[in-house]
Design a protein around this ligand. Structure first.
Ligand code: PMT
Length: 221
């Protein structure tokens, strides 16, 4: 842990989907496999960082040398991040966190009765925005999953949430989610660069190198 561009840095990463329970056996979820986040965690560890990975339910082994905290819902992910963020120097939010949860999950399995069943959803906290707004915020990197006008939407998220960096990916037509490869449009205040289509492992290494360079440029040593 003594070598590399993030040597000794404490990096907190979220990955995977969240599952929002409907009843004891059903949930609302999404297609995130965790591959992107796990690749970022492995790349940060290889760059010398001490990595904590807060992960939703995925079918991937923990990257070597990474501490994994398993969560299921957005509220659990929120609590796990808030417990650890004061110790982190970098926060990278790759998770596909559900924006909404079921207002009142049923305590018993819902029976098939009416032709139409309505679910009421309520907003989940925005973990990334809350981390970025802290007075002692770590260097904060968001992701943006977009189906069009990548750069404009991502720059709006960068500015609205006051992030240090955002990595935008096109998730239309089977891209991004649950794929082996990805491409990222990385933006920061006043600049940006494109990381072309490649395996998520290689892309994660390029992103981590960029985070280290931007931290240095921003005087976050
Ligand atoms: O897991 P894979 O199959 O490898 O797929 C990777 C990925 C497509 C999931 C990943 O590359 C990605 O884009 N992750 C972000 C997905 C997302 O939720 O994007 P968003 O544009 O809805 O959210 C913007 C940012 O806010 C993200 O950093 C997200 O982690 C964060 N967020 C969102 C909602 C919320 N309640 N809390 C958050 O922290």
């Amino acid at each position: 842990f003594t070598d590399g561009p993030l040597a000794g840095r404490r990096v907190l990463i979220t990955a995977g989907p969240t599952r929002e329970p409907v009843d004891p056996v059903r949930f609302v979820g999404n297609r995130s496999s965790g591959r992107m986040g796990y690749a970022v965690a492995a790349a940060a560890a290889a760059a010398g960082a001490r990595v904590c990975l807060v992960s939703g339910p995925v079918a991937l082994p923990s990257p070597p040398g990474v501490e994994r905290v398993a969560v299921e819902t957005a509220l659990e992910m929120h609590a796990a991040v808030m417990e650890r963020v004061a110790q982190a120097e970098v926060f990278i939010s790759t998770a596909a966190v559900a924006d909404y949860r079921v207002a009142e999950p049923a305590l018993e399995k819902i029976k098939k009765r009416a032709d139409i069943l309505e679910l009421r959803l309520v907003r989940n906290p925005d973990i990334l925005a809350e981390v970025a707004a802290r007075p002692d915020a770590p260097f904060t990197v968001g992701f943006a999953a977009e189906t069009g006008d990548l750069e404009r939407h991502a720059r709006a998220k960068l500015e609205a949430k006051g992030l240090d960096m955002i990595a935008a990916n096109d998730v239309s037509a089977g891209r991004g989610f649950d794929a082996e490869e990805n491409a990222l449009e990385v933006l920061w205040p006043g600049g940006g660069t494109s990381l072309g289509r490649q395996p998520k492992t290689a892309l994660a290494r390029a992103l981590v190198a960029l985070v280290a360079r931007r931290m240095e440029a921003a005087g976050r040593n």
